[in-house]
Design a binder for this molecule. Structure first.
Ligand code: FES
Length: 256
């Protein structure tokens, strides 16, 4: 995060994901431009799914500083109407983990709300017209792919009820940890994927780990940390989060 100057407004440019250095550098460049605006004490960026820094860490960090307010500016196009609502619900969930109140947080609309969007698109159309024509010969087909030897597969449900319960943030957290801890090759290795509904929607958000087929319910970021530590690296399923695959109806256990 760039240098922090407290007292005014903090801005967070919010994107979904970026795993390469180039898009992160692009976000940093945009944040640098925003930081020069009137009343803006700090401008930074964050990702809601895969990518560093994650929105959760950035907001948690800014809340501890004496800013007047924090503005979250979604940079998503086309903007999904549900994205702002999702950020709101996710913040409410994180708020339960945070003990202090912190500055007011405002969530802005997406780029589609800007009157200058037409100018931007016109400019992009003109720029496209200056590009050299596409040549198929410059894009040869790939000749093969690596078949990973990783032992485990972690499936993160992205069905409606799981998404409502924060599955996208859980997925982002898992992917960031996967990268940070080199989990593809650590221990017996793992790969991860999102799926459509895994079945036990009332246990949302649901994560399933194979080859054991262990079903985890009510998973949050701390739950992902426990699954990584105990199941993926320690080879022991996390009993407190696991629900037996017994063909019976089960309800989410309340946690302390
Ligand atoms: S939507 Fe996730 S288990 Fe059904």
């Amino acid at each position: 995060m760039p240098g922090i100057e407290a007292g005014g407004i903090a801005v967070v440019l919010v994107a979904r994901s970026a795993i390469a250095a180039a898009p992160r550098a692009e976000m940093e460049r945009l944040a640098g431009q925003v930081s020069g605006l009137h009343e803006i004490a700090l401008a930074t960026y964050a990702f809601t799914e895969q990518g560093q820094p994650a929105l959760r860490e950035v907001v948690a960090n800014l809340r501890r500083r004496p800013f007047r307010e924090i503005r979250l500016v979604p940079l998503l196009f086309p903007m999904e109407a549900s994205f702002r609502a999702w950020i709101g619900r996710t913040l409410a969930r994180w708020q339960l983990e945070w003990d202090t109140e912190g500055p007011a947080i405002r969530i802005g609309p997406g780029p589609n709300a800007s009157e200058r969007l037409t100018d931007l698109v016109s400019d992009l159309v003109e720029t496209a017209g200056r590009e050299k024509p596409f040549m198929p010969a410059e894009h040869p087909a790939t000749t093969g792919s690596v078949v990973a030897a990783a032992h485990r597969r972690v499936l993160v449900c992205q069905g409606g009820p799981c998404n409502e319960a924060g599955a996208a943030a859980i997925w982002g957290h898992l992917r960031n940890e996967q990268e940070g801890q080199s989990l593809r090759t650590a221990g017996s290795g793992m790969m991860s994927a999102t799926t459509s509904c895994l079945g036990p929607c009332s246990l949302a958000p649901v994560v399933q780990v194979w080859p054991e087929g262990t079903v985890y319910g009510g998973v949050n970021e701390a739950g992902i940390d426990a699954i990584i530590r105990e199941h993926l690296l320690g080879d022991r399923p996390v009993e407190s989060l696991a629900y037996p695959a017994n063909g019976r109806k089960q309800a989410l256990r309340l946690r302390e």
